[in-house]
Design a protein around this ligand. Structure first.
Ligand SMILES: Nc1ncnc2c1ncn2[C@@H]1O[C@H](COP(=O)(O)OP(=O)(O)OP(=O)(O)O)[C@@H](O)[C@H]1O
Ligand SMILES: [Mg+2]
Length: 263
């Protein structure tokens, strides 16, 4: 469904992603892991054309996203759902209007009764009680806000959904609620998902496949930036020491490097 070909993204001369090649099959759930700043968010945004490749291409159903006109891209984007790193809700709108927003924006002829049904159905699907519907985002806990973000991302029944750090900042129970929601969504219909996360519980629990990125600046030009690309069950047995260290949360050589930096 998604083909990434020779993707390179640079900002102001600094290369963040280089020569990334991968394919993501329809219905797959891919976790993207790696240390802060390695380019996970940039990768995810490239896939949904929120970031343009400097070199290379991203194809969605065989179509190069960069070849689309703005109007065509807008149509294609309706097939994508986004859950951003911070819930990114509209503060000035209540929960109902936040979730209704994509419908009103993209399906203008939908009557209010149907909007009402769909919003309530999606809020119920993510386990939010009726009484939050007319509250503002600021009145909700972080976990509830993430669930509203998820409901809003799902309301147009996207074929591809990207989650950026869906569990970051949540307590372990609320994180697991979000993990279950990601799994539940996948069971409800055959969505393709990309989950950017630091959270190894999330990666292990929701993903069929884990891709680990490494910061470009730490690599030689001939080294691949993807250190690992396999099912999560293989993480423990990864040949690459950097993968095992990341998965176990070990600082490894980094402490020595930092000490040398200070010397
Ligand atoms: N629009 C932009 N303009 C300039 N630099 C950018 C832009 N977006 C990202 N970067 C840079 O690209 C690098 C990778 O950023 P990215 O947000 O993808 O990291 P990440 O792996 O998602 O990190 P984190 O885990 O902290 O979210 C960072 O150094 C960042 O400063
Ligand atoms: Mg990020």
């Amino acid at each position: 469904m998604v083909e990434v070909r020779n993707l390179t993204v640079s900002f102001e001369g600094q290369t963040i992603l280089k020569d990334i090649d991968c394919e993501i099959q329809r219905g797959q759930t891919v976790a993207v892991i790696g240390e802060s700043g390695c380019g996970k968010t940039v990768f995810m945004k490239s896939i949904v054309a929120l970031v343009q490749p400097t070199v290379g291409r991203v194809l969605f159903d065989g179509v190069d996203l960069a070849s689309l006109t703005p109007a065509e891209l807008a149509v294609t984007r309706r097939r994508f759902g986004f859950v951003f790193q911070h819930a990114a809700l509209f503060d000035s709108m209540n929960i109902f209007d936040n979730v209704a927003f994509p419908i009103r924006q993209n399906e203008e002829d939908t009557d209010e009764e149907e909007v009402n049904d769909r919003v309530r159905q999606h809020l119920a699907e993510v386990g939010l009680p009726e009484e939050v519907i007319y509250k503002r985002p600021a009145e909700l806990s972080g976990g509830m806000q993430k669930r509203v973000g998820l409901a809003r991302a799902l309301v147009l029944r996207p074929e591809l959904i990207v989650y950026d750090e869906p569990t970051t900042g949540l307590d372990p129970i609320m994180s697991d609620v979000i993990n279950e929601l990601i799994l539940h969504t996948r069971r409800l219909y055959p969505v393709t998902s990309i989950v950017v996360t630091h959270d190894m519980h999330t990666a292990r629990k929701v993903a069929d496949r884990v891709m680990m990125f490494y910061p470009r600046r730490r690599l030689n030009s001939d080294q691949s930036q993807i250190l690992f690309d396999a099912p999560p069950s293989q993480l423990e047995h990864a040949e690459d020491r950097r993968v095992r260290q990341f998965v176990r949360g070990e600082a490894g050589d980094r402490i020595r490097e930092m000490n040398q930096g200070m010397a």
